[in-house]
Design a protein around this ligand. Structure first.
Ligand code: AMP
Ligand code: MG
Length: 316
């Protein structure tokens, strides 16, 4: 029975995992205007923490797992301090978890995918990753993340954060329009198409811009994923992260995978976005391997990558 704490960005989440998800509660910071303001988001986490922990902690945990990065510094700090406090209070081990790895591991657990090319598409990350002894990044965005681009586009339309779901709804009613398409080898770039789309809003219908943006941005991601399948010779694709809730993206992946004879898996909606249960689950994996830290050694890393060896990092 592990308690997991997630606080890397907009969401303060707490979940419990034993051999299944026992609880998964969260409260999301929603800025009134603009994007995520680091200090405001951190203040939000401080305000809701007690309530979310209370709702999620259905039993006394055997260990506390927490997201130690990557993420927004002030937000990570809140989760780290609360986790250290709980570990001290209950005199139980503290387990740092790599947030990106947590998205993929909970995807593997919930879908039964075995050895997939993982697509991690969220508000802050867009990466194509696969396992080869350790997690390896095969391709990624060179600038902003896919979720972030959707959120920014939505903001221009007066839609509050997070904008991805609203863009998805709008796009269903829209006509296809041409936009820039930027794939560079195994990497992709979303800043150009986003700027272009924001400009088009002055002359085109919002639903057409939404449709055009989705079709191009998603196709870019699917193209790089297909190339990763070819390079790695793997036979599965697993889609994780908040953008994995998008039905059009799922549809495009299904088509590509079917044409290649690959299996397609997508993490269920309730485990797609940032959440505490995935952190608890990953804490359990690490504990099984014998990895935990003392509360006084608790720390966080804004720029952690999925290929970083946490045990080594905390030993230094
Ligand atoms: P995460 O950072 O993993 O919690 O994911 C949050 C991101 O997922 C935000 O950028 C959202 O706009 C995006 N998102 C959530 N639902 C959808 C959706 N249905 N379509 C596209 N993006 C989405
Ligand atoms: Mg995330």
């Amino acid at each position: 029975m592990i308690l997991g704490i997630e606080s890397t960005a907009h969401t303060f989440g707490v979940g419990m995992f034993s051999n299944k998800v026992i609880s998964n509660e969260w409260d999301m910071y929603r800025p009134k205007t603009g994007g995520i303001h680091p200090r405001e988001a951190a203040n939000h986490h401080v305000e809701v923490a007690k309530e979310v922990v209370k709702k999620a902690m259905l039993k006394k945990p055997k260990a506390i797992a927490y997201s130690c990065g990557p993420g927004i510094g002030p937000c990570l700090k809140v989760g780290t301090i609360i986790s250290r406090y709980l570990s001290n209070k209950y005199q139980i081990p503290l387990v740092p978890v790599n947030h990106g790895v947590a998205h993929m591991e909970v995807g593997l657990w919930s879908t039964k995918a075995k050895d997939p090319v993982c697509v991690y598409a969220s508000g802050g990350n867009t990466q194509i990753i696969a396992r080869d002894k350790t997690w390896k990044i095969y391709g990624e965005t060179l600038d902003i993340a896919l979720g972030n681009a959707l959120d920014k586009l939505a903001r221009d339309l007066g839609i509050a954060h997070p904008g991805g779901p609203s863009i998805e709804k709008l796009a269903k009613k829209g006509e296809f329009i041409d936009m820039p398409y930027t794939v560079k080898g195994m990497d992709l770039s979303y800043s150009g198409i986003m700027t272009h789309a924001r400009r088009l809003l002055k002359t085109h219908k919002p639903e057409d811009v939404a449709r055009g943006f989705q079709e191009h941005a998603f196709a870019m991601l699917v193209e790089v994923t297909e190339r990763a399948l070819a390079h790695t010779e793997k036979g599965e694709v697993l889609l994780v992260g908040g953008v994995a809730k998008n039905k059009r993206l799922i549809e495009m992946y299904k088509i590509m995978c079917e044409e290649r004879g690959a299996k397609f898996f997508v993490v269920p909606d309730e485990l797609a976005g940032d959440n505490g249960a995935m952190i608890a689950y990953n804490g359990k994996i690490s504990l099984k391997k014998g990895f935990s830290i003392k509360p006084e050694d608790a720390d966080y890393f804004q720029n952690l990558r999925v290929d970083t060896d946490l045990e080594k990092l905390f030993r230094l």
